[in-house]
Design a protein around this ligand. Structure first.
Ligand code: PBG
Length: 323
C-alpha cells in the first residue's frame, strides 16, 4: 500500500514538501487614483479598498514596501467633464497617471511601477477604445494607446500595461517606444483578457461602466481556451515582456495552458469581483477571510502564475509574515 498520509503527518513535514510557496515579492498591487487632494475614498463594492489622491498615497505605498511588496499597477479615475470621445485626457502630460508616475518614481525609485493603458476611464462611453457609430475602433485606438505608452514611459514607468484587447497594440507600442529611444520600458500585455462579469466593482472604482453594450467584441469569450493560446502567441511575437491572464481564479486552466506552452513570465490578475466575492462571503460568515484569501492566491500560483495582481496583496503579506 502507498502511505500518502506520511507526508501530511505534521506541519513541519507539510511545509518541507509543499510545492507552492507564495511570497509578497510576487504580488502586484492595483492602485486607484483620484484627482484632488486629501481624498481616501472607500469603494462601496470593494470593502476595505480605497481610491487615493496623490498626496494620500505615501503611507499606502510605504506600508506595502515594509512588507516587501514593491510592484504597483496604476489606474486613474477621471472626472466626468474630462471624458471625451477622443479621449485626449489620456494624453495630458499633467493628467493623473503621468503625475502619479513622476511623483512615485521620484520618491520611491526602487519600486516597480506599471501603468494601465486603455481608454475606458477617459471615454464617456466607458469602452476601452474610441467609439464611432456604436463601434469600438481598433486601429485608431491603437494609435492613441501607443502615444499614451510613450508618455508614461517618458514619465518613468517601468512597464506599460495595455488592458484594452485591441489587435496589434503590443507591436505599435513597442515600435513607438523604440522610435522615442525608450528602450528600457517593458510591456505587460493583457493577452488573454476575458469579457467577464467579475469586473463590476472595478468599474465602480473608476466610474467606467460601459455606457452601451458590452465588451464582447474585443475581450475574449469565456467559452474559449485555444483562443487564449492564439492571443498569447501574437502578443509574444509583437514584443510583450510579461503575459497577463485575467480573471484568475476561474481561469486556472488558461494559466496552466499558457505556462506549459510559453517561456515568458506569466502574470494573473485576481480581479475586483473575485475580491468582492471572498470579502462578501467572509462578512456573512460563510468562509474565513484569511483562509479563503490565501487559498485563492495559492491556487493561482499553483496553476503557474509567476506574479499575481491582487487587491488582497497587503492583507495576504501580513498573514504570510505571521505564518
Ligand atoms: C479596463 C480594465 C478593467 C479591469 C482592468 N482594466 C475592466 C474592464 O475591462 O471593463 C478590471 C480589473 C478588475 O476587475 O479588478 N481597461
Amino acid at each position: 500500500m502507498r502511505r500518502h498520509r506520511i507526508l501530511r503527518k505534521s506541519a513541519a513535514i507539510r511545509d518541507l514538501i509543499s510545492e507552492t510557496n507564495i511570497s509578497p515579492k510576487k504580488f502586484i498591487v492595483p492602485i486607484f487614483l483620484t484627482e484632488g487632494s486629501r481624498k481616501k475614498e472607500e469603494i462601496a463594492t470593494m470593502p476595505g479598498y480605497f481610491r487615493y489622491s496623490l498626496d494620500e498615497l505615501p503611507p499606502f505605498i510605504e506600508e506595502h514596501l515594509s512588507y516587501n511588496i514593491s510592484a504597483f499597477l496604476l489606474f486613474a479615475k477621471v472626472s466626468p467633464e474630462k471624458k471625451t470621445n477622443d479621449c485626449q485626457e489620456a494624453l495630458n502630460e499633467e493628467g493623473l497617471l503621468p503625475k502619479a508616475i513622476r511623483f512615485l518614481k521620484e520618491r520611491y525609485p526602487s519600486c516597480c511601477l506599471m501603468s494601465d493603458v486603455a481608454l475606458d476611464p477617459y471615454s464617456p462611453f466607458g469602452h476601452d477604445g474610441l467609439v464611432r457609430d456604436y463601434e469600438i475602433l481598433n486601429d485608431e485606438t491603437v494609435e492613441v494607446l501607443a502615444k499614451m505608452s510613450v508618455l508614461h514611459a517618458q514619465c518613468g514607468v517601468d512597464f506599460v500595461a495595455p488592458s484594452d484587447m485591441m489587435d496589434g497594440r503590443v507591436a505599435a507600442i513597442r515600435q513607438a517606444l523604440e522610435s522615442h529611444g525608450l528602450t528600457k520600458t517593458g510591456i505587460v500585455s493583457y493577452a488573454a483578457k476575458y469579457a467577464s462579469s467579475f469586473y463590476g466593482p472595478f468599474r465602480d472604482a473608476l466610474d467606467s461602466a460601459p455606457g452601451f453594450g458590452d465588451k464582447k467584441t474585443y475581450q475574449m469569450d469565456f467559452r474559449n481556451r485555444r483562443e487564449a493560446v492564439k492571443e498569447v502567441e501574437t502578443d509574444i511575437a509583437e514584443g510583450a515582456d510579461i503575459i497577463l491572464i485575467k480573471p484568475a481564479g476561474f481561469y486556472l486552466d488558461i494559466i496552466l495552458e499558457v505556462k506549459n506552452r510559453f517561456h515568458l513570465p506569466i502574470a494573473a490578475y485576481q480581479v475586483s469581483g473575485e475580491y468582492a466575492m471572498i470579502k462578501a462571503a467572509a462578512e456573512k460568515g460563510y468562509v474565513k477571510l484569511e483562509d479563503a484569501m490565501i487559498e485563492s492566491l495559492t491556487a493561482i500560483f499553483r496553476a503557474g502564475a509567476d506574479l499575481v495582481a491582487s487587491y488582497f496583496a497587503l492583507e495576504a503579506a501580513k498573514i504570510l509574515k505571521g505564518a
